[in-house]
Ligand binder design. Sequence first.
Ligand SMILES: C[S@@+](CC[C@H](N)C(=O)[O-])C[C@H]1O[C@@H](n2cnc3c(N)ncnc32)[C@H](O)[C@@H]1O
Length: 225
Amino acid sequence: MFDANLYDSNVAHWDHFARDLDKQPWGIVGMKIWRKLLPHVLKAAPFDKDTSEVMDFGCGNGFNSSLLVPHAKSILGVDVSSGMVDEFNSNMKKWGLADEGRFSAIRADLTEGGLDGKKFDIIFSTMVYHHLPSVEETTKVLASFLKPGGRLLIMDWIVGEEKEQYSEQIGRIMKVGGFNEEEMKTAFESTGLEFLGFEPAAKMDEMVGDYHLDKTAYLAWGGKK
Ligand SMILES: C[S@@+](CC[C@H](N)C(=O)[O-])C[C@H]1O[C@@H](n2cnc3c(N)ncnc32)[C@H](O)[C@@H]1O
């Protein structure tokens, strides 16, 4: 169920905005969201700084991964935007966190397989699922990169009752406005993952530019048997 328009629009959009995202309203609010999500993330998976090999799927500019560096042995950021991957890698160097490649990112489209058979203890993904053509397809792919006993953590918006209006620019890169618990449970279970929980984790109510962001981000998590 590949949607070339959605995919290409995302690559073009994120390549264009990657460089100064941390100074833009949506980039700044993204960092606030992650700070609220982080305690939930650390509770939902057994992070271990000596052993945990982690993937940040749709990693963006590396801010999220940077706050997990003290809790992981390694983090591999994966993103389809080379602009984002470049930002991730240069930020990790700038912040003194690259540690000889233990915390780095690559441009990859995981639907094409790959990573030389590498598997992860924990895979997390933040604010990426609403950009994807098929959450079930992607969840299946991500599950295939987990070690037995590994955890998958997905964060995105809880979908509202009302249909939201987006600008043309944003409408081009969004598949949906978010998800509910049932949709996430189905996505996890249809891949054979055990669905372990769903919780509202970051309530946002503020202006982002001229958009009133009044939404709550969830954390959904599951495990590979
Ligand atoms: C809203 S940003 C979130 C970035 C980061 N996870 C964060 O929370 O700050 C969405 C990210 O998803 C990436 N993305 C979009 N479509 C993707 C796909 N099909 N596969 C992997 N990453 C994708 C974009 O390039 C972008 O970096």
